[in-house]
Design a protein around this ligand. Structure first.
Ligand code: GYE
Length: 304
């Protein structure tokens, strides 16, 4: 029988191709879960692809979404640069693109519809402001080691920038070592071991661009016979459950919130785009900061 025009199409679910960065952190796992469950909830068919932290895999996934003629492509770009060619291919195929979580640095902003996610520079500033306040009566030098996120990624670039912007107001703050730990626990531990070997007791503060690297570093600090959060003040970002556990155990001083729960707003943007509704070019996530003193009280309210 002939399909009735209208009905058949109305029943066809929207198809969203999503290219995820990987599974490098607790944050990322919660983000993946949020996207998968929100798609289900919204009745959107999700084609999900994990790039294992490699840009080439993301480009391949996006090309395959174009070939499959999905309705919308969304992705969290592992690094900021190098996306123009593939984004132009999507544009030529008239497939709208949504950036989630991380930004790209392309000048041509017509290559994507919207970018939803956190203000990473502001997160870095929050970390810096907390430290400046905490150390305000400290007279001598404050030696900081920094565990950076993935090289070339928006959160690594911006969290470094925001933090430096705030601490440079007082020359007593010195970043004595800064290296990438690729946002993972294993790398965070490994790099912290090297920092401890090189600088030992000189280190007063650890600034980690995410909780997982801080948690790895805490192990390294304990294995070196020092007390995390006491001998070395530790600041990190994300505020995942693991960070709350570390704060409650007295091993992490503070975590700046970065919400991974982007699924519901992504699905509503996908629907709006397909319905021809206007979507804001930038959707910023609202977030706070949690020092260890409030961790036990806040823990039951945490959703990731
Ligand atoms: O902070 C980190 C993850 O892009 C905001 O990526 C995200 C970051 C998050 O691996 O834990």
């Amino acid at each position: 029988a002939a399909l009735l025009p209208g009905t058949a199409w109305a029943q066809k679910p929207l198809v969203l191709g999503f290219s995820q960065v990987g599974a490098e952190s607790e944050w990322r796992t919660a983000n993946t879960e949020s996207i998968k469950s929100a798609a289900k909830e919204a009745g959107i068919e999700l084609k999900f692809s994990d790039a294992q932290q490699k840009q080439e895999n993301q480009i391949k996934a996006i090309r395959s979404f174009i070939a499959q003629k999905v309705d919308v492509i969304a992705f969290s770009p592992v690094v900021e640069s190098g996306w123009e060619p593939v984004l132009r291919e999507a544009k030529a195929a008239k497939i709208p693109v949504v950036l989630t979580d991380r930004a790209v640095n392309t000048k041509d902003t017509s290559l994507y519809v919207t970018f939803m996610g956190s203000d990473f520079v502001e997160e870095g500033r929050k970390a810096g402001r907390w430290l400046v306040e905490k150390m305000k009566d400290q007279k001598g030098e404050v030696n900081i080691v920094e565990l950076q996120g993935t090289v070339g990624s928006a959160p690594a670039i911006d969290r470094k920038k925001g933090f430096e912007e705030v601490i440079k107001a007082d020359p007593k703050f010195k970043i004595i070592r800064s290296q990438t730990g690729d946002f993972t626990r294993a790398k965070g531990k490994e790099v912290m071991e090297a920092f401890l070997k090189a600088e030992g007791k000189k280190i007063n503060v650890l600034y980690a661009h995410n909780d997982d690297m801080a948690i790895g570093a805490i192990q390294a600090i304990e294995e070196a016979g020092m007390k995390p959060a006491k001998d070395i003040t530790i600041i990190s970002i994300d505020a995942v459950k693991g960070a709350f556990e570390a704060m409650i155990a007295g091993k992490l001083n503070v975590s700046v919130e970065c919400s991974p729960l982007l699924g519901p707003q992504l699905m509503s943007a996908v629907k709006d785009i397909k319905a021809g509704k206007a979507v804001p070019k930038r959707i910023v996530t609202e977030e706070g900061i949690f020092p260890m003193e409030v961790a036990a009280k806040e823990m039951p309210n945490r959703k990731y």
